[in-house]
Design a protein around this ligand. Structure first.
Ligand code: F6P
Length: 366
């Protein structure tokens, strides 16, 4: 019987529970034993009770639950080789040689590194006397499959990550609330949203709420000049009868000299215009709450495919990432996707913002 483990890692995102549910039930359907790794890579390092076999009914009701019920962590120890060796030992002790990881690009990069190091880690475990050569014989390779769980929608090669649409929905709801009070007082509001180095949440929320102006890292604003442009746009909208102004600022927003553009910087520019201006930092409210329908079906279809991928893979198949492109669930090499994602950060670092926009081509409007 094939033994598969599933875990969530990095920042939680709505839909992660639906993904775990799909993996557990699909695995059982195909006659596998499915384990959940509790507390992300930390649990993998601890082993024992952190690796629990899951039954069909253990995941009942998980489709609609927010957060991740098996826990998550941003593990520092797994970044160290000794940590990964310990994790390998715990997997072998439970007879597991396939791991499905639902997390962001950092978590998936770690997973792929784990897979490439696996043979040497196993060799060292034998040398250390933890296992005999016979015991490790069936564990010559580790199968890794990635599912992208992140509210940021920052992974290249997939149209949406599990959780992004739920966070977007939450942001839009909050901005709608803010707009009502803003209109009542004729105020301007600067709303800071999450997304780390990616502007997808800010851009889509801005379009969905009809914001006056949106700041994102990929379309950096001209240093020292953006204030005038912002003021001109907001004033123009006021002149046309708008009673409020809404400016959405991605937490990673930059000017073209790579200086951060903060919500307070934006507020100061609007105060300069004489507008009564407030700042709202939405924070972790964006990550909480139940998953929207999009994230539930996305996580479910991808969870099902991740188990199929495990069963179809040979040791030569590169670790796949399960994505969605043009409404089709697809598999792509995990390393390729991670490389493309990193190249967006590099393009921004090189102040090549046109390239950064084009690398996000499936997700961004120029
Ligand atoms: O990656 C998801 C995310 O919510 C980012 O948007 C944000 O920058 C970060 O995680 C916050 O991390 P933490 O919850 O560890 O503060």
């Amino acid at each position: 019987r094939k033994k598969i483990a599933v875990m969530t890692s990095g920042g939680d995102s709505p839909g992660m529970n639906a993904a775990v549910r799909a993996v557990v039930r699909t695995g059982i359907h195909y006659g596998c034993d499915v384990f959940a790794v509790y507390e992300g890579y930390e649990g993998l390092l601890k082993g024992g009770e952190y690796l629990r076999q899951m039954k069909w009914e253990d995941v009942r009701g998980w489709l609609s639950e927010g957060g991740t019920l098996i826990g998550t962590a941003r593990s520092m120890e797994f970044r160290e080789r000794w940590g990964r060796k310990q994790a390998a030992g715990n997997l072998i002790s439970q007879g597991i040689d396939a791991l499905i990881v639902c997390g962001g690009d950092g978590s998936l990069t770690g997973a792929d590194l784990f897979r490439s190091e696996w043979p040497s880690l196993v060799e060292e475990l034998v040398k250390d006397g933890k296992f005999t050569q016979e015991q490790v014989e069936p564990y010559k390779s580790l199968t890794i499959v990635g599912l992208v769980g992140s509210i940021d929608n920052d992974m290249a090669g997939t149209d949406s990550t599990i959780g992004a649409y739920s966070a977007l929905e939450r942001i839009v709801e909050m901005v709608d609330y803010i707009d009502e009070t803003a209109k009542s007082h004729s105020r301007a509001f600067v709303v800071e949203v999450m997304g780390r180095h990616c502007g997808w949440l800010a851009l889509m929320a801005g379009i969905a709420t009809g914001a006056d102006y949106i700041f994102i890292p990929e379309r950096a604003v001209p240093h020292g000049k953006w204030q005038e442009e912002l003021k001109e746009v907001c004033q123009r909208h006021r002149n046309k009868g708008r009673r409020n102004n809404t400016v959405i600022v991605a937490e990673g927003a930059l000017d073209d000299q790579l200086n951060p553009v903060t919500a307070d910087d934006v507020k100061n520019a609007l105060l300069d215009l004489g507008l009564d201006t407030k700042v709202t930092i939405l924070g972790h409210v964006q990550r909480g709450g139940t998953a929207v329908a999009h994230d539930r079906w996305l996580a479910t279809l991808q969870g099902v495919d991740s188990v199929k991928a495990v069963l179809e893979m040979t040791p030569q198949t590169p670790s796949p990432l399960i994505g969605i492109l043009e409404n089709k669930i697809i598999r792509m090499p995990l390393v390729e996707s991670v490389k493309m994602t990193k190249s967006v950060a590099t393009a921004i670092g090189n102040k090549d913002f046109d390239k950064a926009i084009s690398l996000r081509d499936t997700e961004f409007i120029e």
